[in-house]
Every structure is written in structure tokens, then in C-alpha cells.
Design a protein around this ligand. Structure first.
Ligand code: HEM
Length: 556
């Protein structure tokens, strides 16, 4: 009798089994020699992915997986296998080594494609979407003046002060309508920071906060927590919708292709892109016209500064491609400078409501410095000596950095903490976890490449997991305290050539918001059920609950 297992069938089955076996072996992670990994991850075709998903389910967000395995294993450098067939990536959980890699070793470690992919879908050709190449340098030169303290402290301060003033008006109105109950400030903070960055960029008025004030004044009633009283300005709505798509490459297996398809094929986003591009193009064209008529002073706005700089190079005939570059960089600035500062301020509100003693210290300091004025004058904010306020700002940024990871790729075969790293390896460096918010993990000091001796990385830091602004203060002989920005570990803005372009702007804006808001409001304790530090990963690490209870402080 004939059997179905003819010799040919058996041979085919054997060959198939061999192919499957070889393919599954090929798909298994290929660890880099000597670098630790989570035990078992090397035997799983999906590497660390199942563990990362389990972590996300348990923690409610993915981003803490950037340091948790290092803490669990007690090692400052480990490898993760996040892509089947892909090469391992590294987690470097040591601030001092990460800083060295981003600064002194920037010629060996480039801004990663992974980071570029988060930006090039919506803001192609801009700083955050470029390698550190000639185009990136040209854009930096074009933006040059706008990063200087002189520019930020004048043009920036003007926008910040105006924006903070409007926010005070809105929150005072909401506090009155809330009658001592909690209300949500998430959208108010985002609207205020959008107004600020818009005014700084274009010297115009976006009107996101003022439209809420008008609508609330009319209705005289507070709507449900997250609901805005008035519609957002069209261009802001478009910016928010477009910005939201940059979460897609992080979550979709199709990455940036998925984001591009969504931007091109979704009617809502096509409309948003049309509204956004038309408005920004209009702003730049109008300004270019004023420039040619010699009516655009360089210190009017970031756009004016950039156009004047281009005029110095190209004369009155600035190429259309350069005007487009101005338009794109300003669009990126709106994205990069809005939610970042709003979320950081929202976190500050939460810390200050819980740590009433800290808030009282800052309030006392403001009172001692500014006396009894009804409104703090704009020009007094920068020169004021406010160590407690600066300490709070830095402690919020240290304890709750809103960008979960800085990423670089090795440009050459090199080494890290004594281990061989092949060219093209991604290194993820969280500004949180070991050496930032938990004790530094042991490192053989002879294996370090840098010899940074900054106090920032001193071994004497204690209770890094605790929110304690005083760690930033140094006692003086006369008993007073001085703020020291190297007193504690912080890399929230990254470092080196690809450090946050808006660091000076963000730090000043945060100071202005803290000073002005704490001058006019007391952040009262929240009901116990609303006290939490739960976070969501959405573009940045945002607080899940942004409700406050405010008491308006009568002044003057
Ligand atoms: C609390 C507020 C902010 C935080 C924590 C923050 C943090 C960061 C981080 C971590 C990066 C990436 C750095 C890297 O991977 O090396 C970055 C890039 C950038 N940030 Fe910020 N940022 C903030 C506010 C701002 C503001 C207000 C602006 C604009 C005025 C801005 C503009 C930019 C730009 C343009 C880039 C891209 C720079 C480049 O790739 O060369 N940021 N920021």
C-alpha cells in the first residue's frame, strides 16, 4: 500500500523544518558580547517586547521601561532587543556617562534616526528632523540670534509676561466661578504657552487665553473639567492636531509611513495642514514684505530676527526655499515650545500643592523681594534673586523630566564603559532613573571615557527619589542661601550640540510663570483622592490629573 509519506514528501518536510529552524534562529536576538540583558529576552523571538508590553500594562505607560530594567538588574549599561531581526539597542542609565557621550563624544554619537522619525513626518527639514549636517548648521545660523540671552530676555520676556498676565486673569475668573472647588488647568496652561510662543515667534496675538476669558465672562459659568469655554483659534487647533500625529511613529509598527498616510489621507488632518501652512506662509510673506520696505526691526520677533539675518546674506531677494525654512522652523518651535512648558508647569502645580512647606518658602521669598506691589513689574523678574523659586523649577525638571529619553547612534565602531559597540547602535539615555531619581549604579571608574568632575555627578547625592528643592541651595556664610545649578543631577534638556534649542527660553518662561502665578494664587491642598503623580505618555510625559484648587491672593 502506498503511504502519503513518500520519500519526496519527507524530504520536503525535513527541508521546511530545517528552514523554519534556521529562520527562527536567525530571528533570535544577537546579544553584543559582555553587555548584560534581561535574562530570557535573548531566547525570545520578540526579545524584550513582551516584557515591555507587560511593563506598560502594569505601569500604565511605556516610558519608564527606559530605565526600569537597569534598576532591576543593577547595571548602568544593558542591551534590549526591541525589534525582531533587528540589532540590539543600549540603555545607558548613568547621567555622567550620558553627558559625556552627548558632549565630548558627539563626533562618535549622532542624533538618532529614531528621534528624527518622530519629527520629520510633520516638520520635515527642521532642526529636530535633521542629522547634524550642513542643512542643520545653516538652520541654526538662521535661528542664531533667537537663542541668545539678550534676545530671550527681551523679546521672549515680553511675550511671557503678557501671556502670564492673561493666564492670571483666566485662572482668577475660573477660581471665582469654582467657589473653592477643584477645576482643571490642563488646557489653560497649554493655551497660555501657545500664546507665548506664538507672540515670541510672530509678534502677533494668537488669542487662545483671551478667547476663553471672553467666553467665560459671557457665560459666567464653569464648564465641565476639560471642556473649553470657547473654540480654539483655527491655527492652534491645526497645530495641536498635527502635533498629535507625531505620537504615531512611536506606537505603530509602520512607523513614520503610518503617520504620513494619516496626514495625507485623513480629511481632518488634510484640512489642518492646509489651515496651518496657509497661516504660517501668510505670516512669513507679510513679514518679508515689511523687511523689503525696511519696516521689520530684528528685535520684533523670532521671525523678524531670522528674516533680517537672511537679508544680510541674500539681500532683498531671499530665496523662496529660505523663506520656507523660516516658516518650517517657526512651526517646529510652536510644537516644541508649547506642551513641554505647559506640562512642566502642570507638574509644578502638583508638587507645590502637595509640598505646602516648599510653596510657603517661595511665597515668603517673593514677598521679601517684591514687597507689596499689586503686580510684579516685568523688568524686575529677571534680576530678582530668587533661590527658592529657581530651586523649585530645577527640582521639578529633575524629578519629572517630561522627555523620557535622549537617543544617539554610534557613527563608528567604538566602546562604551569598556564594551565594544558596533557602528549604527542606538543608545537610549533616560534623564530619569539611576543617577537622577534613584542612586547611581556601580561603575568601574577606569572604564569611563570622560573625566567629568562636575558636582552634578557627585556621589554624595542622597534621597534622589524625593522631591526636595533645597538640594539646589548652598548655605552662605551669612546664613543666606544661594542657588547652584550644578548642585544636583539633571539632563532634562539633553546636552551637547543637539541639546534642546529652547533651553534658555523654557527656563525663563518657567520662572516667569512660577513668579507671576504664585504672586496671584495660592495652590491649596487637594482632596486626598486627587493627590497622585500618575502620568501619561503623550508626546511628553504629562500628568494624568491636572486639577487644582486656587485661592486668589488679594494684593496692593
Ligand atoms: C520644559 C521645556 C522643554 C524641555 C524639557 C525640552 C526638552 C528638549 C529635549 C530633550 C530635546 C531633544 C534633545 C536631544 O535629544 O538631544 C529638545 C529639542 C528641541 N527643543 Fe526643547 N524642550 C523644552 C522647551 C522648548 C522650547 C520652549 C523650545 C522653543 C522655544 C524648544 C525647542 C526645541 C527645538 C527646536 C529642539 C530641536 C533641537 C535640535 O534637534 O537641534 N524646546 N527639547
Amino acid at each position: 500500500m502506498d503511504t502519503i509519506f513518500s520519500p519526496t514528501t519527507i524530504l520536503v518536510l525535513l527541508a521546511l523544518t530545517a528552514i523554519l529552524y534556521l529562520a527562527s534562529r536567525a530571528a533570535l536576538p544577537k546579544p553584543l558580547p559582555g553587555i548584560p540583558y534581561v535574562p530570557g529576552s535573548e531566547k525570545n523571538l520578540l526579545g524584550n517586547l513582551p516584557l515591555a508590553l507587560a511593563h506598560t500594562k502594569h505601569a500604565g505607560r511605556f516610558s519608564s521601561y527606559f530605565y526600569k530594567p537597569a534598576e532591576d538588574l543593577g547595571v548602568p549599561l544593558l542591551q534590549l532587543f526591541m525589534q525582531p531581526f533587528g540589532r540590539p539597542c543600549l540603555l545607558l542609565c548613568d547621567g555622567r556617562e550620558a553627558q559625556d557621550l552627548m558632549t565630548r563624544r558627539a563626533h562618535e554619537f549622532e542624533y538618532a534616526d529614531f528621534a528624527i522619525d518622530l519629527h520629520r513626518g510633520a516638520w520635515p527639514g527642521t532642526l529636530a528632523a535633521l542629522k547634524t549636517n550642513e542643512r542643520w548648521r545653516a538652520n541654526r545660523r538662521m535661528l542664531g540670534e533667537t537663542t541668545t540671552s539678550r534676545f530671550v530676555n527681551s523679546v521672549g520676556l515680553e511675550a511671557m509676561y503678557r501671556g502670564a498676565g492673561e493666564l492670571v486673569e483666566l485662572l482668577a475668573l475660573k477660581a471665582r466661578l469654582a467657589r473653592g472647588e477643584v477645576f482643571d488647568v490642563r488646557e489653560d496652561l497649554k493655551n497660555a504657552t501657545a500664546d507665548i510662543i506664538w507672540t515670541y515667534s510672530y509678534n502677533g496675538k494668537l488669542g487662545a487665553v483671551s478667547s476663553q476669558i471672553e467666553a467665560l465672562n459671557e457665560s459666567n459659568k464653569l464648564l465641565d473639567n476639560q471642556v473649553l469655554a470657547a473654540k480654539l483659534p483655527d491655527v492652534l487647533k491645526a497645530i495641536i492636531d498635527i502635533s498629535a500625529t507625531s505620537q504615531i511613529p512611536l506606537e505603530s509598527p509602520l512607523g513614520i509611513t503610518h503617520q504620513k498616510l494619516v496626514l495625507r489621507l485623513t480629511p481632518k488632518l488634510r484640512r489642518a495642514t492646509a489651515v496651518h501652512d496657509a497661516r504660517l506662509e501668510h505670516e512669513v510673506k507679510q513679514a518679508a514684505k515689511r523687511l523689503s520696505e525696511k519696516k521689520l526691526p530684528a528685535d520684533e520677533s523670532a521671525m523678524a530676527s531670522m528674516l533680517n539675518r537672511l537679508q544680510a546674506t541674500f539681500g532683498d531677494e531671499i530665496p523662496a526655499s529660505e523663506l520656507k525654512a523660516v516658516q518650517n522652523e517657526l512651526a517646529l518651535m510652536m510644537h516644541a515650545g508649547q506642551k513641554t512648558v505647559a506640562d512642566t508647569t502642570a507638574w509644578a502645580f502638583k508638587y507645590l500643592a502637595v509640598h505646602q512647606d516648599v510653596q510657603q518658602k517661595v511665597r515668603a521669598e517673593l514677598k521679601a523681594v517684591f514687597g507689596n506691589v499689586s503686580t510684579i513689574p516685568k523688568e524686575d523678574i529677571i534680576p530678582a534673586n530668587l533661590p527658592h523659586c529657581d530651586a523649585v523649577a530645577h527640582e521639578v525638571l529633575r524629578h519629572m523630566p517630561i522627555i523620557p529619553c535622549h537617543i544617539r547612534t554610534s557613527l563608528v565602531d567604538t566602546q562604551l564603559l569598556g564594551h565594544f559597540i558596533p557602528k549604527g547602535t542606538n543608545v537610549f539615555m533616560p534623564p530619569v532613573g539611576p543617577s537622577f531619581t534613584s542612586p547611581a549604579l556601580p561603575i568601574d571608574e577606569s572604564k569611563r571615557t570622560g573625566n567629568t568632575t562636575s558636582r552634578m555627578w557627585s556621589h554624595s547625592h542622597t534621597d534622589l527619589d524625593v522631591f526636595r528643592p533645597d538640594r539646589w541651595l548652598v548655605k552662605q556664610e551669612d546664613g543666606s542661601v544661594k542657588f547652584d545649578n550644578r548642585a544636583a543631577p539633571m539632563l532634562t534638556f539633553a546636552d551637547g550640540p543637539r541639546m534642546c534649542f529652547g533651553t534658555k527660553f523654557a527656563m525663563l518662561e518657567f520662572r516667569v510663570l512660577l513668579v507671576v502665578l504664585l504672586w496671584h494664587f495660592e495652590l491649596l491642598e487637594l482632596p486626598r483622592e486627587l493627590v497622585d503623580f500618575e502620568a501619561n505618555d503623550f508626546l511628553t510625559i504629562e500628568p494624568r490629573n491636572t486639577r487644582v484648587r486656587l485661592r486668589v491672593v488679594e494684593r496692593g
